[in-house]
Design a protein around this ligand. Structure first.
Ligand SMILES: Nc1ncnc2c1ncn2[C@@H]1O[C@H](COP(=O)(O)OP(=O)(O)OP(=O)(O)O)[C@@H](O)[C@H]1O
Length: 254
């Protein structure tokens, strides 16, 4: 169980996250939604200890994150929102580096790595440099690396970004299977169809504030016959902007 308690984060004068409180339970897929700049990555970076909160705290299975950072990090697979890392390494060298960082023996990771490479269709590219990869291939490389150590908690920042339909489908299946085993899956997305398909629980952020936390089921039940996209835009979208598109492109109905 992850408890986020009254978490705030400022960058200088910018209040990126304000008094966020929520719980994430094992066995569920938890999605963060919000417009650009809403605070999703800031929340995720706090969860994986890349940045420290300005105030508030996070506990993981009852342990305070600030006091048990290393122990908790061992349980987490993190996929950042940009896969442009270690560009000079080959994919294989990058995965070896991660295996060493997590203190995993070759025999521990070999079979799992092979399966992940096969699943994400990266077999022909393991010895090529990450710099030579397309965006989606870099994303797959980072995903494979994150999942090598079989961590309990997956924290994925816009993980489907740039993946081809097959890889996106396979990743969704992996996420469902991981949650079904009673483990935790947290991700952020701008794709509301994906969120509707995948998430058990949602947090919707708007300019650093939580505007919805609860199940997708309950949210859909509150707005009869509306899709998550329609509901989300009513909650988090611009107000009173009906004519902006017409102003730019002209009214196509005229
Ligand atoms: N390192 C930083 N320094 C200053 N401001 C930052 C920094 N990182 C994020 N911010 C600001 O914090 C706010 C929240 O950013 P964050 O990256 O968490 O948003 P996000 O919801 O992940 O957005 P996106 O969907 O565009 O990835 C934004 O206003 C952003 O400009």
């Amino acid at each position: 169980m992850i408890d986020i308690n009254d978490l705030s984060k400022s960058y200088g004068n910018k209040e990126a996250l304000q008094h966020l409180t929520l719980q994430i339970k094992p066995g569920e897929i938890f999605g963060f939604l919000g417009h650009n700049g809403a605070g999703k990555s800031t929340t995720i970076k706090n969860l994986v200890s890349i940045i420290q909160p300005t105030s508030g705290s996070i506990t993981v299975d009852g342990l305070e994150l600030s006091e048990h950072r290393q122990e908790i990090k061992q349980k987490i697979a993190y996929v950042p929102d940009t896969p442009d890392i270690f560009l000079q390494l080959t994919a294989a060298e990058y995965w070896d580096l991660l295996a060493a960082a997590y203190d995993l023996s070759e025999s521990e990771v070999k079979a799992r790595r092979q399966k992940l490479v096969e699943l994400f269709n990266m077999g022909l590219h393991v010895d090529e440099t990450i710099a030579s990869f397309s965006h989606g291939m870099r994303q797959k490389t980072v995903l494979i690396g994150a999942l090598l150590s079989e961590p309990d908690i997956w924290i994925l920042d816009e993980p489907m970004q740039g993946l081809d339909p097959q890889a996106a489908y396979d990743l969704k299946q992996l996420m469902k299977a991981h949650a079904k085993k009673g483990k935790t899956v947290i991700f952020s997305t701008h794709n509301l169809d994906t969120a509707q398909q995948l998430c058990d629980e949602l947090a919707i952020l708007k300019t650093g504030k939580l505007i919805y936390n609860g199940s997708v089921k309950n949210l859909l039940a509150q707005y009869e016959n509306e899709s998550l996209e329609e509901i989300y835009l009513q909650m988090a979208g611009r107000q009173g902007d009906g004519h902006l598109v017409d102003d730019i492109e002209g009214d196509i109905n005229e």
